[in-house]
Design a protein around this ligand. Sequence first.
Ligand code: HEC
Length: 171
Amino acid sequence: MRAKIFGVFMLCMAASLSGGAAKAQQNAQGASQQQDAHPSLPPGAGRDTLVKVCSQCHAPENVIANRQDRQGWENTLTKMSDYGAVASDDQFSAILEYLVKNFSLAPGGPVNVNKATSAELQSGLKLTDKQADAVVAYREKNGDFKSLDDLKKVPELDPKQLDAEKSGIVF
Ligand code: HEC
């Protein structure tokens, strides 16, 4: 358990994007009002609660590394509560709704890579915003993708990741 927390802590220090341990510490103390401290967290109900409750042990950015369906998020919250995350039922519900709203698996099933917006590519195919923007730019320049191999030509994309997601990709 201690080793695990330490592992998360190291992860969070390694994530230079998140500003490292100092910032995580700052957030843990409740300084969550600066909206731009976590640009990867879209605004909305539950956000401040998440930052406050979920920054106690790891950066909130770790929280959203993987998208999950509602059941998945419920399981995660139960697990975090077992680890010692402290929040009221209302706070846990607010966090759950925020996560489901913003970090769900593609609710609409497969993603059409020729039509999806950058945001849809991000949520549906777990792309970073840079990767999703690159897909849109490539498509605008070269026309529609016709196959997975076509899509792999976008230099920012990871072919292995695409293979893993291919059941969720349509053209
Ligand atoms: C008391 C400390 C603590 C708090 C507070 C906490 N977590 Fe965690 N979290 C952990 C630990 C420890 C791990 C590493 C778990 C592992 O390696 O199995 C972790 C890992 C995770 C992961 C990675 C995937 C997984 O399931 O292991 C997610 C997602 C996550 N936490 C979400 C949250 C959310 C959402 C909150 C706020 C409700 C939160 N955490 C609050 C301790 C905490």
